[in-house]
Design a protein around this ligand. Structure first.
Ligand code: PLZ
Length: 446
């Protein structure tokens, strides 16, 4: 078993302030209550109960201040409790908390749709549908594609994560824990290799493998949609090969297959542009977004070609809570923050600086394998001497980080990546301090 040689060291100087061991006594007591009262299923990356958070800093129930490199799984891209988001939420909560767009529509839903239509890649006419979670956006994108094409098949990729509802779970690549015990899954789902290889890919060869699935295992005339994460999230931060995406785009257009980009994790500035597709030259037919969109409030969207979005009949898609007024107000505030070009400029700089640090980790430690991602959506692999994935080392490093005041998530189909998803407002000093903890942890790995 991999592990770290030493137990918790004393608190570092700077932003991290540790008053107790992490997890502290209050977190431990709450975890005991959690075990008794909450279903076993929901997993915790850290055993720390959080009390409050601002920017890139978390304060736990024991008064410890930790640096956050997880952002609630890539959600608070604009920072925890961003002032503009908090103000929008407060103002909206006093005016209208809920109405249901299906009962009495309200203007802000329409405004958010207009703004997402304008912001999503491509100059074609677009329309938007709002929902509550990423999984719900994926489900609806599939429904829209099937209604538009009258076909059943959905092609997805290895290492994908699309959510935990039945279709989204079926589309997800990893069996355990995501699908374990939940069969039967959905039918008419096909899976192709993901277009990434360390150091670059022969796009033609990758596309040939895609065709083996799209035109041999099934047929284009049976396929409603291809769904792809432009940068894989949970599966290990794999950026798709640009040339492959161009071939895929052409093929989908030629065969009348709807191309869905799942930007739930890689969207909303995570990669240095509002959507990752922009950097990869991809114009999807439908785009799913969630996470960063609401600045911490639950809201998701499907944005797509107007004629496809109009395929479901009136009443065919909807929901009680989708596009909740308070969540929509938060999303409009988030879009205002992105409207300032300084925001994404800073994010790009952050990405460059993070990449330099991680390449440094790789040079310094034989335990670090592939460093990959796009912009500041970056991960590094932990590997054994022969280069095989070392999930135990990734777990040990994440645990070391937490004990030393840094919250960081693992990722990857083999569980051997550490992924960095900081709030994008993290300061240089906070980032340097957090990466310093990871660097020290790497040295402790045996
Ligand atoms: N599509 C690309 O990354 C959510 C999942 C955490 P929901 N990723 C975090 C977990 O263990 O469940 C995600 C994603 C991509 C869809 C989803 C699903 O989004 O808002 O969690 O439903």
């Amino acid at each position: 078993m991999a592990g770290t040689k030493t137990k918790s060291a004393p608190a570092a100087s700077g932003a991290i302030r540790l008053k107790t061991a992490v997890p502290g006594p209050k977190s431990l007591a709450l975890m005991a209550r959690r075990k008794a009262a909450v279903a076993r299923g929901p997993f915790h990356a850290t055993p720390v109960f959080v009390k409050s958070a601002h920017g890139a800093l978390l304060t736990d129930v024991d008064g410890n201040v930790l640096i956050d490199l997880a952002a609630g799984i890539g959600v608070v891209n604009t920072g925890h409790t961003a002032e503009a988001v908090v103000a929008a939420v407060r103002a909206q909560a006093g005016e209208l908390i809920h109405a249901s767009f299906n009962t009495t529509p309200y203007e802000s839903y329409v405004t958010l749709a207009e703004r997402l239509n304008a912001a999503a890649p491509g100059t074609h006419a677009k329309k938007t549908f709002l929902a509550n979670s990423g999984a719900e956006a994926v489900e609806n994108a599939v429904k829209i594609a099937r209604a538009h094409t009258g076909r059943a098949g959905i092609l997805c990729f290895e290492h994908a994560f699309h959510g935990r509802t039945y279709m989204a779970m079926t589309l997800t690549g990893k069996a355990k824990p995501y699908k374990y015990g939940f069969a039967p899954l959905c039918s008419d789902v096909y899976r192709a290799p993901y277009p990434y290889a360390p150091g670059g890919l022969d796009a033609q060869a990758a596309f040939k493998k895609f065709l083996d699935v799209a035109a041999v295992q099934t047929m284009p005339s049976q396929l409603a949609a291809v769904i792809i994460e432009p940068v894989v999230g949970e599966g290990g931060f794999l950026p798709a090969d640009k040339a492959f995406l161009a071939l895929l785009r052409q093929w989908c257009t030629a065969n009348g297959v709807v191309l869905i980009a799942d930007e739930i994790q890689c969207g909303f500035g995570r990669t240095g542009t509002l959507f990752a597709s922009e950097q990869l030259g991809l114009v999807p037919d439908l785009l799913t977004t969630a996470k960063g969109l609401g600045g911490g409030m639950p809201v998701s969207a499907v944005v797509g070609r107007a004629e496809m979005m109009d395929a479901p009949v009136e009443g065919g898609i909807g929901g009680t809570f989708g596009g909740n007024p308070v969540a929509v107000a938060a999303a409009l505030a988030v879009l205002d923050l992105f409207a300032d070009p300084k925001f994404l400029k800073r994010v790009k700089e952050l990405g460059a600086s993070m990449r330099r640090s991680l390449e440094g980790f790789k040079k310094a430690s034989a335990k670090v394998g592939d460093v990959r991602g796009l912009g500041p959506m970056l991960a590094f692999e932990l590997v054994k001497a022969g280069g095989e994935p070392d999930a135990d080392a990734a777990k040990a490093l994440a645990k070391y980080a937490c004990e030393h005041g840094v919250v960081v998530l693992t990722a990857g189909s083999y569980g051997n990546c550490l992924r960095l998803l900081p709030p994008l407002v993290i300061t240089d000093a906070e980032l340097a301090e957090a990466l310093g903890v990871l660097e020290a942890g790497l040295k402790e790995l045996r």
